[in-house]
Design a protein around this ligand. Structure first.
Ligand SMILES: Cc1cc2nc3c(=O)[nH]c(=O)nc-3n(C[C@H](O)[C@H](O)[C@H](O)COP(=O)(O)O)c2cc1C
Length: 161
């Protein structure tokens, strides 16, 4: 098999890819889980499908591997610290510093995000050391506060005003 591109070179290309920042959540038997993700993509509008990638090594994966529903949050530029907490290994992601409630289908929903969706998981597609989760949106609110938080060259950014 073709060994493909050097992983470092591959990462260098994607460091040039500016992306919106999302947090994916799910309810597990041991409590809520969640992680920061830039892999969120709108896949289809009819039916409304979204996807994101999750590492098999992610602490959220054992719950995501079984979850029926997921919470998908588009973060605002006022939520850089939240993005960092949901990316930091071992952080208390749903502790006192995180405002959240239980939303439709029992999914943990973060407060004050510009927009959120709840998705019903349809597929978990193998992709190397990740899984691509495909979900159908079943609830949403696009009317929250703020402008989008971006990630580029390994750092968070805001859109210029
Ligand atoms: C900006 C940013 C985007 C990320 N995107 C993803 C992603 O799309 N999929 C993923 O599995 N992990 C992604 N991560 C990594 C996770 O957020 C998290 O850092 C990682 O799972 C380690 O946490 P854990 O030890 O609790 O698993 C991203 C991290 C950052 C900072």
């Amino acid at each position: 098999m073709d060994p493909g591109l050097d992983p470092g070179l591959f990462r260098s290309v994607f460091r040039r890819h500016a992306a919106g920042v999302a947090v994916i959540t799910a309810a597990g038997p041991g409590g809520p889980v969640g992680f920061t993700a830039t892999s969120l993509t709108s896949v289809a509008a009819e039916p409304p499908l979204l996807s994101f990638g999750i590492s098999l090594g992610a602490s959220s994966w054992p719950v995501l591997a079984r979850a029926d529903h997921v919470g998908v949050h588009i973060l605002g530029d006022h939520q850089e610290e939240l993005a960092a907490v949901f990316a930091r290994s071992g952080a208390d992601r749903f502790g006192p510093g995180t405002a959240w409630t239980t939303g439709p289908y029992g999914v943990p929903l973060l407060d004050a995000v510009p927009a959120w969706l709840v998705g019903r998981v349809l597929h978990r597609v193998p992709a190397g050391d990740h899984r691509i989760v495909i979900a159908q949106a079943v609830a949403a609110d696009p009317h929250g506060p703020g402008r989008p938080l971006l990630y580029h060259q390994g750092a968070f950014h805001r859109l210029p005003h």
